[in-house]
Design a protein around this ligand. Structure first.
Ligand code: FMN
Length: 338
């Protein structure tokens, strides 16, 4: 199996793993409007190794690893990469999960979450808690690498309570992951303050000093393609991972699309709802879809009113009816609001 990370042209641009956001449907929606040269890597939502290693648990978490036939079609057509992200605290379960992922799924790589700051996962000594236990973190990476031919990467932060970028990234470099995505905040910063890109640059410098071939991607507060390219130049990273920036502009990975019209937004919303209905049917909570409405229904007069109408819908069919009404009456609304 090849290490796809090495074959990507730089700078690398990736869409961040986001729970209840980057499912197969949203990934397909974004792929459908992106330039594959400007978005090379996408990630699944983080998936529990405890869940994957347990029969009943696996049923609960496997939706996170689902790749629909239509997303698979996009992957093949665009040659973009898809990485499964996993989390947990037991190296043996990472080993078994990596084996399972390699045997029954078709991912291009496995990423280990060492960054999620949420209390519940920290309590279970997983994710960002591993920053406080580098021995265990390294054991987990080695166990995962041993179980699979797929490239193994890590997504992490610059420290737990304190900034310890060089010390922590140095520990990770010891076991040579294919790539490390560094989010420029500590665990205790959660999502507050600004992401510290100067710290991300220190991780790059350390990697260079050690002559390691691990790629370093930076993450935090990037909300346009232009900004991503600027940060590559300024901070020396091999690539940039974008998370919430996509909510501002789903077309951000398409440089040709400088103007996003109301029609484009409404059409993409329709695609999203239809795909969501096809893939998840009644099995997934419709409320999960509601968080996306703001992405598409904004930037025109009356947008808030239409969002309210969508928010009271109870299922995809009702939502599609509201979108139909919006389309019929779009002439009244299409003036852009500032
Ligand atoms: C709703 C949401 C869900 C997230 N879920 C994950 C996840 O499953 N795995 C992960 O590594 N990070 C997760 N993150 C963190 C993002 O991947 C990213 O690191 C963070 O949003 C900062 O990047 P940004 O400033 O570009 O948004 C999540 C973030 C958000 C907002």
């Amino acid at each position: 199996m090849t290490n796809f990370w090495k074959q990507l042209s730089k700078p690398i641009v990736a869409l961040a793993p986001m729970e209840d956001v980057t499912d197969t449907v949203f990934r397909e929606v974004i792929r459908s409007v992106s330039d594959p040269a400007a978005l090379q890597v996408l990630f699944t939502e983080f998936t529990s190794t405890d869940g994957l290693c347990n029969k009943i648990g696996r049923r609960n978490v496997s939706s996170r690893l689902l790749v629909s036939d239509t997303e698979r079609h996009w992957i093949e057509r665009t040659q973009t990469k898809l990485v499964a992200q996993i989390w947990g605290s037991d190296p043996d379960k990472f080993f078994r999960s990596a084996q399972l992922i390699s045997e029954i799924y078709q991912f291009d790589g496995i990423d280990i979450n060492m960054g999620c700051p949420v209390k519940k996962v920290v309590k279970s000594k997983s994710c960002s808690a591993l920053i406080n236990d580098p021995m265990l973190a390294k054991e987990i990476i080695l166990a995962t690498k041993e179980a699979t031919q797929l490239p193994v990467s890590v997504k992490t932060r610059i420290g737990f309570n304190q900034i310890i970028t060089e010390k922590w990234i140095g520990e990770l470099l010891d076991v040579n992951p294919a790539a490390i995505t560094v989010h420029g905040r500590t665990q205790s910063m959660l999502s507050t303050g600004k992401a510290l890109w100067s710290e991300i640059a220190k991780a790059v410098q350390l990697r260079n000093d050690r002559k390691s071939d691990t790629l370093i991607l930076g993450n935090g507060d990037v909300d346009s393609y232009v900004m991503a390219m600027d940060y590559v130049d300024r901070f020396g990273v091999d690539g940039v991972m974008v998370g919430t920036g996509i909510f501002k502009n789903p077309w951000m990975f398409n440089q040709l699309q400088s103007e996003v019209s109301m029609d484009m937004r409404v059409n993409l919303l329709k695609t999203h709802i239809r795909l969501y209905n096809e893939v998840w049917d009644e099995t997934q909570n419709f409320n999960v879809l509601k968080r996306f409405f703001k992405i598409y229904v904004n930037g025109f007069n009356g947008a808030a009113e239409w969002r309210d109408k969508l928010m009271v819908c109870k299922n995809c069919m009702e939502a599609l009816q509201v979108v139909g009404l919006l389309e019929e009456r779009k002439m009244e609304y299409s003036r852009i609001s500032h």
